[in-house]
Unconditional design. Structure first.
Lengths: 359, 264
């Protein structure tokens, strides 16, 4: 229903470069990228807030330039929410239906449902300046959906909220998407948020879309080193294919000085092909001392160089035997505490064949 | 702790000098006018008519010209175009040129031998020596106050709110009337009051365009030049008091109506 085709666009010193994107009806599509990657500019271009080149963005097959912004049936929740300060919450929420003179019973019912679902009925007569951050987010969300739009665009709508509120609103967004079969396009810099909410994720960097995929696919198979790094994968190494069987490759990693086995993918490779592999940080496991065996496959022996705590896991840096490169692991807190790891300790690591992928 | 005290004392002293300079002549004039003179002058029909004419013409001029001046201000605040700075400069020109010169310019524009004058005459309107001419002269010198205030008001409305309104389905007119205008209203109202006040106090431009019907500033001048200070002073005091009253009423009204609300 919405297609962005070979879209390049320059604003001051920044440009969007050859963007191709299809937004499927009913999908929850998240564009994720660092600050300044061009996400907001792309969103504003799609919505119609920017003058864009012809034949680049199509809405139901029609060049978007021929559809006035107010007729696009797209609602937008900007980063600062843009709640009208002189109107009450109720007037804000019903603004879309009033200006469009669309007082249909269905839309009225939907608005009422949304008000109850988001628990803002008690705020209806308040002015925006008397609302908290989370309440404002809810009002902006309801206003956008209540306008009767077919696609809802959101620009970092949960930015700046505390964790509890963020989780609540994420749940709310998911339920709204499911209940009303909304098409949602959201941009965020928060990868966790993208994984929590999205069905489809587009990774954006420096004005380019690097990869668009179902979130499971993106997790399994980042298409480039840049995407892999953006996804937080630190373990990227050069390797060589030494053996090919029906469903596995036997590879040798130069940096890790290790022979590893990995699942074959769809692409064609030949023996001795040089490849770049990625190993997901959270899928490398430390073997318990009583289970350590060197005769298993995909076992890497190494020394714990360093570790530090993050919120739910420990980051552990391990130098494999006869190697000068780090392997970075993310070990859940409970496992880390149970393993009782100390620095300079000799440990054994194991990883599944599926945890290694070719970039 | 001594420094701030010295600072405050110095600033209060300097500010006091200015306040004294501003209010002393006015207060002096009011106290120098005997109450009897004040009441007898206030009863004069000529004076009453003149004050009503001044207030009414200035009020109507402000309202009529605002219909076009407010959209112009919006364009100046929102659109980028070649020559914008020049236009902004030209708009403020009446503030800096002598008002007698402004009167001559207006007279040259509306006198009977000009196109405007001829069009007016064919419609039965005589601009020179009429309320219309007074209104035009008042507008010429006072419009910059409204336009500048309204431009500032529209500039203070975040464009993102207008974009949000568009996105919710409002067209340009609805966005202007439901978002831009209400949010810029305080500045616009301030501009309207300033324009009205500036218009009713105008002398230089009006006296050239229309000596008669006589607005109060012209009457004050006429009585001063013909009969002297004693005769002119009561009219001036009455006009100042009425102007002050009107101004206070407008200010109270503008403070109460912080934002106008137009239902989309």
């Amino acid at each position: 229903m919405l297609k962005v085709q070979n879209f390049s666009f320059k604003v001051n010193n920044f440009s969007l470069k050859n963007i191709n994107l299809t937004i499927k009806e009913g999908s929850f599509h998240i564009i994720v990228g660092h600050t300044g990657s061009g996400k907001t500019l792309l969103l504003e271009s799609i919505i119609g807030l920017r003058r864009i080149p012809a034949e680049t963005i199509f809405i139901n097959g029609t060049d978007s330039r021929f559809i006035p912004i107010e007729k696009r049936e797209m609602s937008y929740v900007p980063q600062d929410l843009a709640i009208f300060p002189h109107l009450t919450v109720d007037e804000n929420i019903r603004y879309g239906t009033r200006v469009k003179r669309n007082m249909s019973k269905e839309l009225g019912q939907l608005t009422n449902e949304l008000i109850d679902l988001t628990e803002i009925r008690h705020l209806l007569n308040r002015k925006p300046k008397h609302l908290s951050g989370g309440e404002k987010q809810r009002v902006a969300l309801v206003r956008a959906i209540a306008a009767g739009a077919k696609i809802l665009f959101m620009d970092e709508p949960l930015n700046g909220l505390n964790k509890t509120l963020k989780a609540e609103l994420q749940y709310l967004l998911k339920s709204l998407h499911k209940k009303y079969k909304l098409t949602i396009v959201m941009v965020t810099h928060d990868l966790d948020e993208a994984y929590t909410l999205a069905e489809i994720i587009s990774v954006m960097s420096n004005g380019k879309i690097l990869q668009t995929a179902l979130k499971e696919e993106l997790y399994k198979q980042p298409s480039s080193i840049e995407v892999a790094k953006f996804l937080g994968i630190s373990n990227i190494f050069n390797a060589r294919i030494d053996r090919i069987t029906n469903d596995t490759f036997q590879i040798y990693s130069f940096e890790l000085n290790a022979v590893l086995f990995m699942k074959k993918n769809d692409r064609e490779y030949k023996l001795k092909n040089k490849i770049t592999i990625g190993i997901r940080n959270d899928e490398i496991m430390i073997l318990r001392k009583d289970l350590q065996k060197t005769n298993q496959t995909n076992i890497i022996q190494g020394i714990v160089e360093d570790f530090y705590a993050r919120e739910y896991y420990y980051v552990v840096k391990v130098i494999p035997k006869n190697s000068e490169h780090y392997l970075t692991l993310e070990v859940p807190n409970y496992a880390f505490n149970k393993l009782n790891i100390s620095k300079q300790e000799h440990i054994f690591l194991t990883l599944k064949e599926e945890s290694i992928f070719i970039i | 702790m001594k420094k701030p005290e010295t600072f405050n004392l110095l600033f209060i002293a300097l500010g006091g000098v200015i306040l004294l300079f501003l209010f002393a002549p006015l207060v002096g004039m009011i106290f120098k006018t005997p109450l009897n003179d004040l009441f007898s002058t206030a009863k004069e029909q000529e004076v009453q008519k003149s004050i009503i004419l001044t207030l009414l013409v200035s009020f109507c001029t402000t309202l009529i010209f605002a219909i076009a001046a407010i959209p112009l201000s919006y364009l100046l605040a929102r659109k980028k175009f070649t020559g914008k700075k020049l236009i902004m400069g030209l708009i403020s020109l009446p503030i800096v040129i002598p008002h007698s010169a402004a009167g001559i310019a207006i007279l040259g524009f509306i006198s009977r031998d000009t196109i405007i004058g001829k069009i007016g005459a064919s419609l039965g309107l005589n601009f020179v020596g009429s309320s219309f001419g007074i209104g035009l002269a008042m507008a010429f010198v006072s419009l910059p106050f409204l336009i500048n205030a309204a431009v500032d008001g529209f500039l203070s409305v975040p464009v993102r709110l207008e974009k949000a309104a568009f996105n919710l389905g409002a067209n340009s007119f609805k966005t202007f009337f439901s978002i831009s205008l209400p949010l810029a209203w305080r500045s616009i109202l301030s501009g309207l009051i300033l324009m009205f006040a500036r218009g009713m106090s105008e002398f230089g431009a009006v006296v050239i365009v229309a000596y008669h019907p006589m607005i109060t500033p012209v009457m004050i001048y006429e009585r001063f030049s013909a009969f002297g200070l004693k005769y002119a002073r009561p009219v001036a005091v009455i006009f100042i008091l009425i102007s002050l009253l009107v101004f206070i009423v407008f200010r109270v009204f503008s403070n109460k109506s912080k934002i106008i609300k137009i239902r989309p």
